[in-house]
Ligand binder design. Sequence first.
Ligand SMILES: C[S@@+](CC[C@H](N)C(=O)[O-])C[C@H]1O[C@@H](n2cnc3c(N)ncnc32)[C@H](O)[C@@H]1O
Length: 232
Amino acid sequence: MATERGGRDSESDAPMTANDRYEAHLERSRAVWDRWSDWYGMSERDFEPIREAAIDRLDLQPGDRVLEVGCGPGVNFERLRGEIGPKGELVAVDYSPRMLENARERIETHGWENVELRHTDAARAAFDEPFDAAIATLSLSVMPDVRRTVENVFRSLHSGARFAVVDVRPAPSGPARVLNPLVRRFLRWYANWNPDGDVVDALATVFDECEVVDTHMAGISYTVVCEKRDAG
Ligand SMILES: C[S@@+](CC[C@H](N)C(=O)[O-])C[C@H]1O[C@@H](n2cnc3c(N)ncnc32)[C@H](O)[C@@H]1O
């Protein structure tokens, strides 16, 4: 279905429903991330120390089963797999087929047998078994419904499991806020960033415990670690 930004279906001129907007955002994300997939390697190391610190916060153990949400080309795989070892399991989901092709190449190059890729919308993915931990780096904020995605991750975790999230947003306070109109525009153009999705708020609402453990670049980049408490 062809759609316009203004909230109307460009073919029928009918107002777009919430579901139409969801599907339109998802399709734009697929197109944007398919397009960037050829170039992503040039910048994938930019967040390396931040990613590594987030993975450390998961306190992974050999044999753990881990979910990666919006894995892109698999930038985090080596480190995650290093923590869970050959007996652990990493299930990584992404909606861009071309990002997943790059992730598959990485898996084949390393000969990893316990990294599974799924082409799916992270908000709608269903899993047979719960995970011991989950991670999303630079991905939640580009999804069409952040809250729904976080709820799905929550459902997919064991009690006691952690979810580490690295993401970006306009500067929350301080003089850097003057740059926010530019930051918003850039993120929307570059990443199909979702201006209606407040990642920190969604995490705090859905999870029992959440803490912003790290911020960088005047708070534009942040790491949140959440925990799903033991039932009872
Ligand atoms: C900025 S990239 C981040 C990739 C990787 N996590 C990293 O840290 O480099 C965002 C990724 O989220 C994926 N994505 C966007 N919307 C998605 C959705 N609804 N479900 C699953 N993946 C999605 C994109 O295809 C893209 O690969």
